[in-house]
Design a protein around this ligand. Structure first.
Ligand SMILES: Cc1ncc(COP(=O)(O)O)c(C=O)c1O
Length: 414
């Protein structure tokens, strides 16, 4: 199969009515998640890095990277979602007010006594499970984590080190999710899954609201730095929960909506396919989805994420692995004067795409679709650090992951 860099412009964009996203992702609701995260002893806002030399080279006004490799010492943004959802469930059982709940309160003997010992189950390709395992053990509870076949052994070890009973299954990501849910039902565990399905919406909504802490920090850091914009936001997607949360928050809180680009691997481009088909159905990708972007190897869109993206995302891109590899090298080897950002496969793909479309004249069409020019201020999210150090070195040191060559028509084959 030929893999290529493909984009589709969303024909359904409609950014006029903000009532629904303001209700779910506006400051009032997201403030609860932000307050909860701030109550963790490990809490610190992650850095918002300005890559001004890179921006100059690419011919745009600014490039900002929210660097989640620093989040709670766990290497990715994911813990924001799992921790908030777990917090809400414990609060409910322990009769603690979820609008003001704190880490200390949920960890207290009183809360533990009321809630009893809880077990949180999930499926993960690494980062989400690590966040769930860490939060459960920080708050004195248990966790059971299922990983898809082919998962990185280092990531499995990280999850075990964080306190979970974790194993690698024989199934792909979406089937591992089904196993986690059925085992949880059998044993009476709570499912903490970062995607929703019929009858399972509250936990995934809280997970998305937890992710929005990252967007809230980024926007206030941009405002503090008096930087303009952002005019553009690039967000990577697996099931699209992260993207839905970020795009929901920014649209709810920014006066002028930014142009949004959603980026997925070719091998797991379920949102791209859903946008392209434009038939009112969610489109899935099946099979192994063997991409180096393990965090984005999800074949079934999150319905709530899609609900936001359907109206607020402007362009969907489906890209080969080489784009992520390029992003890892660009961020890890900065131009003189720019800080270094250590970014893993799923974290770097947006930086790779931005660099490619700005540097290669054959992508002028995509550049125009996205509306990138000298006035553009682009916000990116480095959603993970080198969470698989072996793969990181394979890409950044050994040069694994060729940048696909353009065929001259603004579409690439590689
Ligand atoms: C590092 C990283 N980035 C991005 C994502 C994508 O998040 P979502 O599945 O909500 O689209 C994930 C998901 O696991 C991830 O681990």
């Amino acid at each position: 199969m030929i893999h290529s860099l493909k984009t589709v412009v969303n024909p359904r964009v409609n950014k006029d009515s903000k009532a629904r996203i303001a209700e779910l992702f506006g400051d009032e609701e997201i403030g609860k998640a932000v307050r909860f995260h701030r109550s963790f002893p490990q809490y610190e806002p992650t850095p918002l890095v300005s890559l001004s030399q890179l921006a100059q080279r690419l011919g745009i006004k600014g490039v900002y990277v929210k660097d989640e490799s620093f989040r709670f010492g766990l290497g990715s943004f994911k813990v924001l979602g799992g921790s908030y959802a777990i917090g809400r469930l414990i609060a409910e059982r322990a009769a603690v007010d979820s609008g003001s709940m704190t880490f200390e309160e949920l960890k207290s003997d009183a809360a533990r006594e009321k809630a009893g010992e809880m077990v949180f189950a999930t499926a993960t390709d690494g980062n989400h499970g690590r966040g769930v395992a860490w939060t459960a053990s920080q708050l004195g509870h248990r966790s059971v984590v299922y990983m898809p076949k082919g998962s990185s052994l280092t990531r499995l070890q990280h999850i075990r080190d964080a306190g979970a009973e974790a194993s690698i299954t024989d199934w792909n990501y979406d089937d591992s999710v089904r196993i986690a849910a059925s085992e949880a039902e059998k044993y009476g565990w709570e499912v903490i899954q970062d995607t929703s399905w019929e009858g399972y919406v509250e936990v995934p909504l809280h997970i998305m609201q937890g992710y929005a802490t990252m967007a809230q920090e980024a926007l206030s850091q941009l405002q503090e730095s008096e930087a303009a914009g952002p005019t553009h936001v690039f967000v990577q997607a697996g099931v699209g929960a992260l993207a839905g949360a970020v795009v929901g928050y920014l649209n709810a809180e920014m006066e002028k909506s930014p142009t949004v680009v959603i980026v997925e691997p070719n091998k797991a481009d379920c949102l791209y396919r859903t946008c392209k088909a434009d038939d009112g159905q969610l489109h899935r990708v099946e099979g192994d989805m063997d991409t180096i972007m393990a965090g984005l190897a999800c074949g079934e869109p999150n319905p709530l994420g899609w609900e936001v993206l359907r109206e607020y995302a402007d362009v969907f891109a489906s890209v080969p692995d080489g784009v992520a590899a390029l992003g890892m090298r660009v961020l890890g080897n900065p131009l003189q004067g720019d800080p270094r950002v250590i970014s893993g496969e799923s974290g770097a793909v947006t930086a790779g795409l931005l660099s490619m479309v700005m540097e290669d004249e054959n992508y002028a069409r995509i550049r125009e679709e996205i509306g990138l020019n000298a006035d553009s201020v682009v916000l990116l999210f480095n959603t993970e650090g080198d969470t698989d150090p072996y793969m990181y070195r394979k890409v950044v040191w050994d040069g694994y992951g060729k940048v696909p060559k353009s065929d001259g028509r603004g579409e690439q084959q590689g």
